[in-house]
Each structure stands twice: as structure tokens, then as C-alpha cells.
Design a protein around this ligand. Structure first.
Ligand SMILES: Cc1ncc(COP(=O)(O)O)c(C=O)c1O
Length: 371
């Protein structure tokens, strides 16, 4: 199998650990291991202290899968499979798709959502939002459905725009999927990062018998280093195939990560709420920055999630702008090119504690260069 480079990840690889400031990360700051252990009950702490570092179950530690179930209407841990989020995305596409299948994916999007599909020789159509307000239109979506459409790929809260659809829109999509017998893979990595007062959507696996939901510890919980994610689906045959495919990849997850994830899930408010608070605070700071600087052509604040896709008022390309900004100020930002999106945009990530400091550095720089 041949697959194109993951542009966004290659760009991060170039700058993430050398740039002084990160302004485009989609994850929230990583919590300290002690923050997790500090919230553990006595019983949970003993899981950690008595942990054996052998292989664990391919489908995921049963205690972790129990902890995951509290966020879904599914009643059995057999409806849950654990691996890293990126791996689960890769495996899902490989298990579900054959060359020639047609797939509809949201776009712009985290590249692996559509690149794995491409690598399998599938036909792709993109469901794009209106760039004036980043709203997704369900009629546009319906127009993309074909005879051979096998899979719909959703991602709400949406990375990078921070947009969200309504319950009515989701219901319409599910109804169309059911009518045309199409599977839905719903990447819900930013679930529960509710930044505005929009209504929270249910996970797709709970409302559609052919729906698959992906979530994990990386974004909402601020625990990306654990590398733990999970799929939940009513379709157990599909999940069995995922487990079998994993035998060629990670086989099972890291035992310490599974225990730490279990603890964090059982005390989720201690992780998610501080992140929501931080994102909201940083979004309002960015609103002020955007109105003070001509370089920001338009800023549509996120409804949910941790990112926004911000239009720039620049003469050169977004990539040239980002390369220059990191070189001159040490601030790393991600240009639209990393999302294969035309136009002058950068992604801004709001989940970092030092966001105000980074904005000050950018503010000083902008004042010296003008526009
Ligand atoms: C929409 C989306 N899905 C999946 C992932 C992958 O998550 P992880 O890096 O934890 O594997 C990301 C990471 O940025 C993402 O933004």
C-alpha cells in the first residue's frame, strides 16, 4: 500500500519541538500524570500501583471499556474497541472500503480522514462548508450521494473550522444514510468541548445502527500522550474485524495508558471543564486581537472544539506567511495548505495556557511590520 505524506503532521514534525510558541495545536495542554493520579479513588490508585507491564487485551482493557461506556447508550463492552485514534481511523477505512467505493468526507479535514480512503483507490467527494460562516448545508450533502456511496465521514466538532451541525441536520444525514444503506464514520475527537450554547449532539453510534463513533483522550481530556482512543458501534462484526486488523499494527494498547485513561474517564469533569474554560477565555482574547489587527481578514469563532480557521489579509500564500512568522517570532501556525484548502487561512488552536503570551508576541510583531 502506498500513501501520500500526512502534510499537517510533517509540518508539525518540522516545528513542534523547536518553535518557541505553538498557536495552532488542536490538543489542549497535556495534564501532568500527577493530575490524573491525584483524582484517583483508592481502588483506582491500586490499579496503578499493582499494574503489570505485560500485553493487554487487543480490544482494550475491560475496565477501560466499562469506563468508556458511561458516555454512550450502548450497554456492552463488546461494542467498544480501544487503540490510538489515528490507528482506529486507518483500520476502519481498511476494514470497510474496497477500491471503487464512493466516500463522502467533510472538507477541509484532518488529512487521514480522507487520505487513507484515497490510498485504497476509492472515489471521494467533499462536503464543504460555506467559507462566509463555515456552516455545512445538508442539501449540498444530499447532492453528493451516488449509487456506489459506501461511507460518510463526519467530524463534528469540526477541525479546523470549529463549526458544528444541529441535531436536525444530523438526523437528516442519518435518515439519508439509512435510506441509501450507507455507513457513517463519525470522528468525535473534540466531543464535549462545547464553546458556545449550541445543543450537544449525541454520538452517531447511539442513533444509527450503521454508525461508528471515534473519540479519545487526546483533545477533550488534554491527555494526548496516552495515545488512547476508541470506537463504539452497534455493529460487532465490524468491531471484530478491527480487532483482527490491529494484530498487524499495535496489537494492544499500552497498559499504563489504559489505567490512566480509565481514571481520567471516571473523573472526566476534572479534565474537560478546565479545557472548555481555557478555550472560551482564549477565544475571547483572540476576538480582541482580530478586531485590532488588519492582518485578520475574518474570524469566525468556534461553536465547539478547540480550533478556528482564520482568514488572513496577506499578499503572499498562507504557507509563506506561516514560515515567516515562525522564523521571525518563534510562533508556529498551521497554514491552509496543510488542509489542502485553497485560500489564505491559518488554523488557530485555543487550548493552550500560554495563548495570551503568544498573542502578545504576535501583537508586538504585527505592530512593527504593519498590516
Ligand atoms: C479530527 C481528528 N481526528 C483524529 C485525530 C487523531 O488523534 P490522535 O493524534 O490522538 O491519534 C486528530 C488529531 O489531531 C483530529 O484532529
Amino acid at each position: 500500500m502506498k500513501i501520500n505524506d500526512f502534510k499537517l503532521e510533517r509540518y508539525f514534525a518540522k516545528h513542534e519541538f523547536t518553535a518557541k510558541y505553538l498557536l495552532s495545536s488542536s490538543d489542549c495542554d497535556g495534564f501532568a500524570q500527577n493530575h490524573v493520579l491525584w483524582h484517583a479513588s483508592e481502588k483506582e490508585l491500586s490499579l496503578w500501583e499493582e499494574l503489570k507491564l505485560g500485553y493487554t487485551e487487543s480490544e482494550g482493557n475491560p475496565l477501560l471499556r466499562e469506563a468508556i461506556l458511561q458516555f454512550y447508550n450502548q450497554k456492552s463492552i463488546d461494542n467498544v474497541v480501544v487503540a490510538s485514534p489515528g490507528e482506529l481511523n486507518f483500520v476502519t477505512m481498511n476494514v470497510l472500503l474496497n477500491a471503487g467505493d464512493h466516500v463522502i468526507s467533510v472538507s477541509p479535514a484532518y488529512q487521514s480522514l480522507y487520505e487513507v480512503v484515497r490510498s485504497l483507490g476509492c472515489e471521494l467527494s467533499y462536503w464543504k462548508p460555506n467559507p462566509q460562516n463555515w456552516e455545512f448545508n445538508t442539501e449540498d450533502f444530499e447532492g453528493l450521494i451516488k449509487e456506489n456511496t459506501r461511507l460518510i465521514i463526519l467530524n463534528f466538532p469540526h477541525n479546523p473550522t470549529g463549526n458544528y451541525i444541529t441535531q436536525q441536520q444530523l438526523d437528516e444525514i442519518v435518515a439519508l444514510a439509512r435510506k441509501h444503506d450507507i455507513l457513517i464514520f463519525s470522528d468525535e475527537m473534540y466531543r464535549k468541548l462545547m464553546i458556545s450554547d449550541v445543543e450537544e449532539l449525541p454520538p452517531v453510534c447511539d442513533i444509527y445502527e450503521k454508525g461508528i463513533s471515534l473519540w479519545g483522550m487526546s483533545k477533550s481530556f488534554g491527555l494526548a500522550g496516552l495515545r488512547i482512543g476508541w470506537l463504539v458501534s452497534q455493529n460487532r462484526d465490524f468491531l471484530k474485524k478491527v480487532i483482527a486488523f490491529k494484530d498487524y499494527l499495535s496489537i494492544c494498547s499500552s497498559a499504563p495508558s489504559e489505567v490512566l485513561s480509565t481514571i481520567a474517564l471516571n473523573h472526566s469533569d476534572e479534565f474537560i471543564l478546565p479545557n472548555v474554560h481555557k478555550i472560551k477565555k482564549n477565544v475571547s482574547l483572540f476576538k480582541e486581537f482580530a478586531s485590532a489587527h488588519e492582518i485578520i481578514s475574518s474570524f469566525i469563532a468556534p461553536k465547539a472544539g478547540s480550533t478556528a480557521f482564520v482568514k488572513l489579509n496577506i499578499d503572499d500564500s498562507s504557507l509563506e506567511f506561516c514560515d515567516r512568522l515562525v522564523e521571525r517570532t518563534g510562533i508556529m501556525t498551521v497554514p491552509a495548505e496543510m488542509f489542502e484548502y485553497e485560500g489564505k487561512y491559518i488554523r488557530v488552536g485555543f487550548g493552550r495556557e500560554n495563548f495570551p503570551e503568544v498573542l502578545e508576541v504576535w501583537d508586538r510583531y504585527q505592530r512593527t511590520v504593519g498590516k
